[in-house]
Design a protein around this ligand. Structure first.
Ligand code: MG
Length: 390
């Protein structure tokens, strides 16, 4: 099942003041668009992401859209929302089974909501996140006189994500090319005759349209008032690991297979660098440790690819509401010389963590011949990770 995500970021609205469209504004230190894209990159349901940027801005692609852990492509948005989505759909229509569309202006979408919406669309063809109305709903005329009071139990307020099997979205967008402005894709799917299921949305998944919304979103993520320091959202994590060097094993460090006469002994591939980083990011989020999530008593993790486990740990951290700011690792090995492999390790770790490579540092050290590591009987790794509340 190949699921592609389309992030609709084509709006040029700059109602929040300044000349930057709202999706490029910073929310708690990260741009609104980056938060939206990161949620989909981190979702295990999503294979790739296409971002529809405002016309005229595709040659100024922000750095955070490059070097993500999954393929992220950029297309030029159209005049109307449905035109932007159609441009992005043209890229994914040939490879996707299901397409999920999300407004860039909803940066607090949860990985859980993405999963539930996608799974419902897989099952029934089309599904959207929506909230039941809690206020009484009135219909008014042009002079603001109430015409009708609608039965509240039947009213739902649509959010995104909205997910569709590829054939459903194809038919919906075909209708869009001939019809008036649609404010969401579900409306087009309904007009095309499809049944669209309502999934329980999330109050946190608000749409940022004005300065008040931005303030509410900052409160929701626990970001301090902009006049205060950012420290209350930052946490540090520490990780350490050591494995014995033995004959007859491959040496794997930071996901790189290093030619050497010995390898690290253990249950998994015994990649001490990945293990130390995994514990560091889990520690920053106070989300347990590698032994709790991937116990070596469980046969599932025998000879496990520790880089893949690190990717899973990054998702656990994201689900607890944190994202990784940076990671710094010290690897202690008397031999072999690690310097030639450091950049490949950094690239692997960055990919698993879903961050740019310049946020990952790896340094090799020797132990000057002292103790077991210095005697060449083991390799050890220390890591620190800074995480921030997202
Ligand atoms: Mg280990």
């Amino acid at each position: 099942m190949h699921v592609s995500a389309i992030i609709a970021a084509g709006g040029r609205g700059a109602r929040l003041g300044g000349d930057r469209p709202k999706q490029f504004l910073s929310l708690g230190g990260r741009p609104v668009l980056q938060r939206s894209v990161d949620a989909f990159v981190l979702s295990d349901r999503i294979a790739d992401v296409v971002v529809a940027l405002p016309r005229g801005l595709v040659d100024q692609v922000p750095d955070y859209l490059r070097g993500c852990a999954k393929p992220v492509e950029v297309v030029e948005g159209g005049k109307r929302r449905q035109d932007s989505v159609a441009n992005a759909f043209a890229l994914v229509a040939g490879r996707a089974d299901v397409v999920v569309i999300h407004d860039a202006a909803r940066p607090l979408v949860s990985i859980d909501l993405i999963r539930r919406t996608v799974d419902a669309a897989v099952e029934c063809g089309a599904a959207i996140a929506a909230l039941p109305a809690t206020d009484t709903v009135k219909r008014g005329d042009a002079s603001r006189i109430i015409v009708d009071t609608l039965p509240r139990g039947e009213i739902f307020l649509a959010q995104t994500p909205q997910a569709f099997r590829v054939g459903v979205l194809h038919d919906a967008l075909a209708l869009a090319s001939r019809s008036a402005d649609a404010t969401d894709e579900a409306a087009l799917a309904e007009q095309a005759g499809y049944r669209v299921r309502l999934i329980d949305g999330d109050q946190r998944n608000l749409k940022i349209t004005d300065a008040d919304d931005l303030e509410v979103a900052e409160r929701l993520i626990g970001a301090p008032a902009r006049s205060h320091a950012d420290v209350t959202t930052l946490r540090i994590g520490n990780g350490y690991d050591l494995h014995r060097l033995v004959a007859g094993r491959r040496l794997v460090l930071g996901g790189v297979i290093i030619p050497f006469e010995k390898g690290l002994d253990g249950h998994s591939d015994s990649d001490a660098v990945c293990h130390a980083v995994t514990d560091a990011i889990l520690g920053g989020a106070a989300a347990g440790d590698i032994g709790r999530h991937f116990p070596d008593t469980d046969a599932a993790w025998k000879d496990a690819d520790s880089l893949a486990l690190l990717g899973r740990a990054a998702r656990i951290v994201a689900e607890t509401g944190f994202f990784v700011v940076n990671v710094d690792v010290v690897v202690i090995a008397e031999r072999p010389k690690l310097e030639p492999y450091v950049d490949a390790m950094r690239a692997n770790l960055a990919r698993a963590l879903g961050v740019e490579v310049d946020r990952v540092s790896v340094k090799g050290k020797t132990n000057e011949g002292v103790d077991s590591t210095g005697a060449g009987a083991s390799i050890a790794a220390h890591a620190v990770a800074l995480v921030s509340r997202s």
